[in-house]
Write a protein that binds this ligand. Structure first.
Ligand SMILES: *[C@@H]1O[C@H](CO)[C@@H](O)[C@H](O)[C@H]1NC(C)=O
Ligand SMILES: *[C@@H]1O[C@H](CO)[C@@H](O)[C@H](O)[C@H]1NC(C)=O
Length: 382
């Protein structure tokens, strides 16, 4: 218990100042700000048995971490680790806008997507494994500027705005907003999905109730837009997931106005479908990637205070250097993490020593109060 309380204090302080990776800490529906799920709510729940009532979903991504491709066929891909529905529901008018406010976002490489799934009732009772996701917004990379949607998000105050198609039938939906970070995407299991879910009622006179895709069927680890080396001039990027929703004709009074570029924050449009003739780039650039991430091979580069720049220097498509410390109190360096965080427990009690990963950096982080480190114990990431 003492360890947990120390951790709570540390995380609370941490949340107020800076953040590693990220999550949606707030969202705006038609101009109204709403509270997002904060990481310290987890500790509040552990320590007090309750947390604030919000529309955002609870999740145990305790280091603001991610869902990796080897978890795509688990329920965690829906709304992040061990997620549970929010108890409240926000509201937006069909044709209106939902703005997702991320904490300071460190990864400028990767697509941004937003899905909705009808709950057929109160979304507080939603079964995530039964939700069928309809993609209403997607953005990949601008081929002219080579700027990814994730960078647009960063440049827009870490915020992404999704227009709600006016044709969608009114009712309760779970909105699933997601960044897929691809800085390590050239390696097997190197992509990082950051799904964030919120209960939002869509109001209005739309009538379209499109069928969707179960979470476990959204992505495959070898999808061309997932296993993808971004360190090339990208000429054809296939945005992952099912096809973008297009209003069926005649549904809604002004359907058709929302089916092109559905955000106000990005210049990126999805043109993958129109350039399929040149689609070999993605395939060929991934072949140089190392086979699998291996825990034992990762400790060769444990001290990496200069890790902040490793992603931009790895332009060959070969193994990308590993990251060092990627977060923690007072940490000013890179916030880009490898995936080993999932193996860490909340308290120090549950920690398992990696046989060859007992360097000073880790000791130091433990003393700092159990902030979930996510450095290089597990992966080959760029
Ligand atoms: C940037 O986003 C934060 C919330 O994440 C908000 O509080 C702040 O007002 C925004 N700043 C600007 C200039 O829009
Ligand atoms: C990283 O790159 C930026 C510019 O791209 C540079 O200003 C900075 O000094 C570099 N940092 C390190 C640690 O090399």
């Amino acid at each position: 218990m003492a360890a947990l309380k120390t951790t709570l204090a540390a995380v609370a302080a941490f949340a107020g100042t800076t953040a590693a990776h990220g999550f949606v800490s707030g969202f705006v529906t038609d101009g109204t700000w709403n509270q997002g799920f904060l990481l310290d709510y987890y500790y509040l729940l552990v320590n007090t048995g309750s947390m604030p009532d919000i529309a955002s979903w609870y999740a145990e991504n305790l280091d603001s971490g991610f869902v990796s491709p080897d978890m795509y066929q688990t329920s965690d891909i829906n709304c992040h680790i061990n997620s549970e529905p929010g108890v409240l529901t926000s509201s937006v008018e069909a044709g209106g806008t939902v703005e997702f406010q991320w904490t300071e976002w460190p990864h400028g490489i990767g697509p941004v997507l937003t899905y909705v799934a009808a709950c057929g009732g109160d979304c507080a009772d939603a079964d995530k494994t039964a939700l069928e996701w309809v993609k209403i917004d997607e953005a990949g990379i601008d081929y002219d500027t080579q700027v990814w949607a994730a960078q647009d998000l960063i440049d827009n105050n870490n915020t992404w705005a999704t227009a709600v198609p006016s044709s969608l039938a009114s009712g309760n939906y779970v909105f699933r907003h997601e960044i897929i970070a691809l800085h390590g995407g050239g390696s097997e299991n190197g992509a990082q999905n950051y799904p964030q879910c919120i209960n939002i009622e869509i109001t209005g006179s739309g009538t379209d109730s499109p069928s969707g895709t179960l979470g476990i069927e959204l992505y495959g680890a070898d999808d061309p837009g997932i296993l993808f080396n971004p360190y090339v001039t990208v000429t054809d990027y296939v945005i992952p997931g099912p096809a973008l929703y297009a209003p069926s004709s005649g549904s809604g009074s002004d359907s058709g106005s929302d089916d092109s570029t559905t955000t106000t924050t990005t210049t990126t449009t999805s043109s993958a479908a129109t350039t399929s003739a040149t689609s070999e780039a993605a395939e060929t650039t991934t072949t140089a990637a190392p086979t699998t991430a291996s825990a034992t091979s990762t400790t060769t580069t444990t001290s990496s205070s200069a890790a902040a720049n490793t992603t931009t220097t790895a332009s060959s498509g070969d193994t990308v250097a590993l990251y060092g410390q990627c977060g923690g109190i007072g940490h000013a360096g890179s916030t880009t993490c490898a995936e080993a965080w999932r193996d860490e427990e909340v308290s120090e009690q549950g920690r398992q020593d990696d046989d060859d990963d007992d360097d000073d950096e880790e000791e130091e982080e433990e003393e700092e109060g159990g902030e979930e480190e996510c450095h290089e114990t597990g992966g080959l990431l760029g």
